[in-house]
Ligand binder design. Structure first.
Ligand code: FUC
Length: 779
C-alpha cells in the first residue's frame, strides 16, 4: 500500500488512512473479559494480560470439552423412551387451541440434558519478572499482523514482549527482549485448568497432560523455551532464565477429540503436539513470525475500510482504545475512526477463531477462562452461530467458513437419528444449540429447546458459499447433500393448517419468547428460504427438485401485516407493540433471508420497519448487530448507524469485545456483516452500491468486499454518494449493478482499456457482461 494514503489501480482510490489498525492501552489488563487481548489460530487461543511483574497468558484449545461420549448418561438429546403420539397431540392441540404455553410443550416434547458438557479453560502461562516500578507502559494488539505486544521501561531498560498464534505453525509463540544485553530474568510456569493434570519440566520443555475427569478426554500441552545468552534452568515444573538477551517460546496443545460420530475420539495428541513445538523452535522465531504474518495478512488485507478524514491527528493512534470507546459520541471523527477499527477487529476475530481444520467459532470464539462458561460456550443455533459467520463471505474471509461447513456436515449423522426419534421424520435436524459431540436432540428449557428450523438455517451457509464463489463442485458434492436432506425433513414434517390449508411448521416457536403456535413467521420464512434455495440448486445441478417445488407452492411464507402495521411474528396477530424482545425472528426474511426488501415488497418492508422500530434500541450485543443489518436491508442507514452506535456505546467492552453480558463473539462478527450491508448488498442478484450509507459517514472508501456472483468490489464515496467504483469478476457472465454514479460515469474494462456498454434497467440498475479475471472501474 502506498504511504501517501492513496492506491490507484483501475478505478478506486483506496484512501486508506495508512494507520495500522491497532488496539492499545496505557496499563496492563486486570480483567480477563473486559481488558485482556485475544490472539488465536482457530484451534488455539490466548488472552494476553501484559502484566508487570507477572505476565499472564490464558490459554485455550478448542476441543477441550467436558461431556459427550464417556460422560455419565450422555446422549444426543434424543428421547430416552419413545413417546408415541406426543408430537401429533401437540399439533392437534395447536390446531384446536391456537397457542400452547412453553411449559406444556416442554413437558410433552422436552427432557433434561445429560452430559452435555462445556468448553474448558486449558491453562494459564505465567511469566514472572523482578520488575516493580515501570514507566512508558504500552500494551497493543496489531490487527494487521495479528501480534500482541507489551513494552515498558524498568530500571532504565526498555523491555518488549510479543505474542502471536500461528496457524501454519500450530503454536502460540512469544519473544521477550530488551534494549540492553543480559537484562532478561524471568520464570515461566504453567497453572493447569483441568483438575488432576500433571505438569513436568525438563530441558526448557514444560509438559502438561491428563484426562478430563468426566469423559476421559485426553489433553496434552507442550511449551518449549529457548534463551539467547544468560542461563536457562529447569527446576521442578518451571523454567527459569537469568541474564538473557532474548527469550522465545512456543506452545502447542491438543486433545484426542475427533469430529466423528458416535465416539468423537481420535489419535492421542502427544505426538503431533510435540512435533508442533519442536518444528516451531527449529524454524526459529523470525521465520515463524514471518510465516504467521504472511498467513494472516493474506486474509486480513483483503478488505480495508476507511471512514474518512480525522483531521490533524489519528484518534486510534493518539488515544488509547479504552478511552476512545469511553468517549464515543463526543467527537464524530473519532467515532468514525473507532467504527472502522471495530470493523477491522471483527474480521481479525473471525480469522483468529475459525480456520480450516479447527472447530467453528463457539459463543466465545476460542477464548474462555472458565470451567463453567455461560451457555457452556457452546454452539447456539437459533441465531448465534449463524451470526458469527454472516461476514465470512461478504467481508472476504471465505476460508474461515470451512470449519462451519465441516461442522454442519458432521451434524447430519446424529441429526438423522434425532429427526427420526423425536420428530418421526426423515432428513436431519438440530434444534436450539449443540456441542462438539453431535447434540441434535432436545432439552427442557421451555423457551429455548424446540427449534428444528436450525438445520435449515445452517444449511443456507453452504448455499451462500456457492452464491459467492460459483463453485459448482462445492455445490454438488458438499452443499446439495446437506440442503436436500434438510429439506426432506420438512417434506416429512410440515403440517396442513386447518385455518387455510397452507403448509406450516407445527409446533413452531419464535425464539425464546411468546407461546407455541403453528406457522410462526420465522419458521415459515426459514423453510421458504431453504426450499427456494434447494429448488435453485436442483435446477443448477440438473437434480429433480419437483417435490420441493410443489411443497414450496403450498407453503405459508410467514409474511403478513398486522393490526398496527407490523410484520406479524405469529400467524395470529399476537404482537405487542411494547414488546422489546432481543430476538427479531420475524424479520429473518429481511436479513439474513431475502424474502422481504423495500425494492421488491415495499409494503412488507414498511411493516418490517414498523416491527423493528417497535423493538426499541436496547438488548444484548448480538441483537444490536442484527439491527444494523436489518436497518441496512431496509435501506435506512441512519437507523442502522444508531444501532451500531448503541452497540459501541453500551455493549462493547474496553478490549472492544462484544458483551451480552457476558462476552459473546457474535455481536462483533454480526456488526461486521451489518456494516458490509450498509455499503454493499447482493442478495437480490444485483450488486447494490451504498444501499444504506449512514449520513454520519459522508466520506470514505472500502476495498475488497465480495458480492454474490463472484465479484470483488471497491467503492469510494464523497458527500454521501459514490465517487468511484471498481469491480473484479471471478467469472464470465451477466452482472447488474445499482449505482447512480453509472448514470454520469462510464465504466471501463481495466484489462482491455475499452469502455463497457451498460444496459440501463429499472431502479437505477445497469447491466453488462463481465469476463472472468477482468477488472472494471469508473475512472
Ligand atoms: C440465545 C440468546 C441469548 C444468548 C444465548 C447464547 O439463547 O437468546 O441471548 O445469546 O443464545
Amino acid at each position: 500500500m502506498a504511504t501517501d494514503g492513496s492506491d490507484v489501480e483501475g478505478g478506486v482510490a483506496c484512501r486508506a488512512s495508512g494507520v495500522a489498525p491497532v488496539l492499545w492501552y496505557g496499563q496492563p489488563a486486570s480483567d480477563w473479559e473486559r481488558e485482556a487481548l485475544p490472539i488465536g489460530n482457530g484451534a488455539l487461543g490466548a488472552m494476553v494480560f501484559g502484566g508487570v511483574p507477572t505476565e499472564r497468558l490464558q490459554l485455550n484449545e478448542k476441543t477441550l470439552w467436558t461431556g459427550g461420549p464417556g460422560a455419565e448418561g450422555y446422549d444426543h438429546g434424543d428421547w430416552r423412551a419413545p413417546r408415541p403420539g406426543a408430537l401429533a397431540e401437540v399439533r392437534r392441540r395447536l390446531d384446536t387451541e391456537g397457542t400452547l404455553a412453553p411449559d406444556e410443550v416442554a413437558a410433552a416434547l422436552g427432557q433434561p440434558r445429560r452430559g452435555y458438557g462445556a468448553y474448558q479453560h486449558l491453562a494459564d502461562l505465567h511469566l514472572d519478572t523482578p520488575h516493580q516500578e515501570v514507566t512508558g507502559y504500552r500494551r497493543r494488539l496489531d490487527l494487521a499482523d495479528a501480534v500482541a505486544q507489551v513494552a515498558y521501561t524498568a530500571g532504565g531498560v526498555r523491555y518488549t514482549r510479543e505474542y502471536f498464534a500461528s496457524y501454519p505453525g500450530a503454536v502460540v509463540a512469544g519473544r521477550w527482549w530488551a534494549d540492553r544485553p543480559g537484562a532478561l530474568t524471568l520464570t515461566l510456569r504453567l497453572v493447569p485448568g483441568p483438575a488432576g493434570a500433571s505438569v513436568r519440566a525438563r530441558d526448557g520443555r514444560i509438559t502438561m497432560r491428563g484426562a478430563l475427569a468426566d469423559n476421559g478426554l485426553r489433553y496434552h500441552l507442550e511449551m518449549l523455551v529457548r534463551a539467547r545468552g544468560g542461563a536457562l534452568v529447569t527446576a521442578g515444573d518451571q523454567v527459569a532464565v537469568t541474564d538473557a538477551d532474548e527469550v522465545v517460546f512456543a506452545v502447542a496443545a491438543g486433545t484426542d477429540y475427533a469430529p466423528v460420530y458416535p465416539h468423537y475420539r481420535g489419535a492421542d495428541p502427544d505426538r503431533r503436539v510435540r512435533a508442533a513445538v519442536d518444528t516451531a523452535v527449529r524454524l526459529g522465531y523470525p521465520a515463524l513470525r514471518a510465516a504467521h504474518v504472511a498467513d494472516h495478512r493474506a486474509l486480513f488485507d483483503r478488505v480495508q475500510l476507511d471512514l474518512g478524514p480525522t483531521g490533524t491527528h489519528q484518534p486510534t493512534e493518539t488515544t488509547p482504545t479504552d478511552q476512545l470507546l469511553a468517549g464515543y459520541g463526543t467527537d464524530p471523527a473519532a467515532d468514525r475512526a473507532l467504527a472502522a477499527l471495530h470493523f477491522a477487529y471483527g474480521r481479525y476475530l473471525l480469522i483468529a477463531s475459525s480456520r480450516p481444520g479447527s472447530r467453528p467459532a463457539n459463543l466465545q470464539g476460542v477464548w474462555n477462562d472458565s470451567a463453567a462458561p455461560a451457555w457452556s460456550a457452546d454452539y447456539h443455533t437459533n441465531i448465534n452461530l449463524q451470526m458469527c459467520y454472516w461476514p465470512a463471505e461478504v467481508a472476504g474471509l471465505a476460508e474461515t467458513a470451512v470449519p462451519l461447513h465441516d461442522f454442519i456436515e458432521a451434524l447430519r449423522a446424529p441429526g438423522r437419528i434425532s429427526a427420526k426419534t423425536v420428530c418421526g421424520a426423515t432428513g436431519w435436524v438440530v434444534h436450539n444449540e449443540t456441542n462438539p459431540f453431535g447434540f441434535t436432540g432436545v432439552h427442557d428449557w421451555p423457551t429455548a429447546f424446540w427449534f428444528p428450523e436450525a438445520a435449515a438455517w445452517l444449511a443456507r451457509h453452504l448455499w451462500e458459499h456457492y452464491l459467492f464463489t460459483g463453485d459448482l463442485a462445492f455445490l454438488r458434492e458438499r452443499a446439495w447433500p446437506v440442503l436436500r436432506e434438510a429439506a426432506e425433513f420438512w417434506l416429512a414434517s410440515l403440517h396442513r393448517d386447518p385455518r387455510d390449508g397452507r403448509l406450516v411448521v407445527s409446533p413452531s416457536y419464535s425464539p425464546e419468547h411468546g407461546p407455541f403456535t403453528a406457522g410462526a413467521a420465522m419458521s415459515q420464512q426459514i423453510v421458504w428460504d431453504l426450499l427456494t434455495n434447494v429448488v435453485d440448486a436442483a435446477n443448477l445441478l440438473g437434480e429433480d427438485g419437483s417435490a420441493f417445488q410443489s411443497t414450496l407452492e403450498q407453503l405459508d411464507p410467514g409474511l403478513r401485516t398486522g393490526s398496527w402495521g407490523q410484520l406479524q411474528e405469529w400467524k395470529s396477530d399476537l404482537d405487542d407493540p411494547a414488546d422489546e424482545h432481543r430476538h427479531i425472528s420475524h424479520l429473518f426474511a429481511v436479513f439474513p433471508g431475502r424474502g422481504v426488501s423495500p425494492l421488491t415488497e415495499p409494503e412488507l418492508a414498511a411493516a418490517a420497519a414498523t416491527s423493528l422500530a417497535a423493538r426499541g434500541e436496547g438488548g444484548p450485543g448480538w441483537s444490536r448487530a442484527w439491527r444494523v443489518a436489518l436497518w441496512a436491508r431496509l435501506r435506512d442507514g441512519d437507523r442502522a448507524h444508531r444501532a451500531l452506535a448503541g452497540l459501541l456505546r453500551e455493549q462493547t467492552l474496553p478490549n472492544l469485545l462484544d458483551t451480552h453480558p457476558p462476552y459473546q463473539l457474535d455481536g462483533n462478527l454480526g456488526a461486521v456483516a451489518g456494516v458490509c450491508e450498509l455499503l454493499l448488498q447482493s442478495h437480490l442478484g444485483v450488486v447494490d452500491v451504498l444501499p444504506a450509507l449512514p449520513p454520519a459517514w459522508p466520506d470514505g472508501s472500502v476495498t475488497g468486499l465480495r458480492a454474490r456472483g463472484g465479484l470483488t468490489v471497491d467503492i469510494e464515496w464523497r458527500g454521501g454518494s459514490a465517487a468511484a467504483l471498481a469491480l473484479a469478476a471471478d467469472r464470465t457472465g451477466p452482472v447488474t449493478v445499482r449505482c447512480p454514479l453509472l448514470a454520469e460515469r462510464p465504466l471501463h474494462d481495466a484489462t482491455t482499456g475499452a469502455p463497457v456498454r451498460l444496459m440501463p434497467g429499472p431502479q437505477q440498475t445497469y447491466s453488462f457482461t463481465a469476463t472472468a479475471g477482468h477488472r472494471y472501474h469508473t475512472r
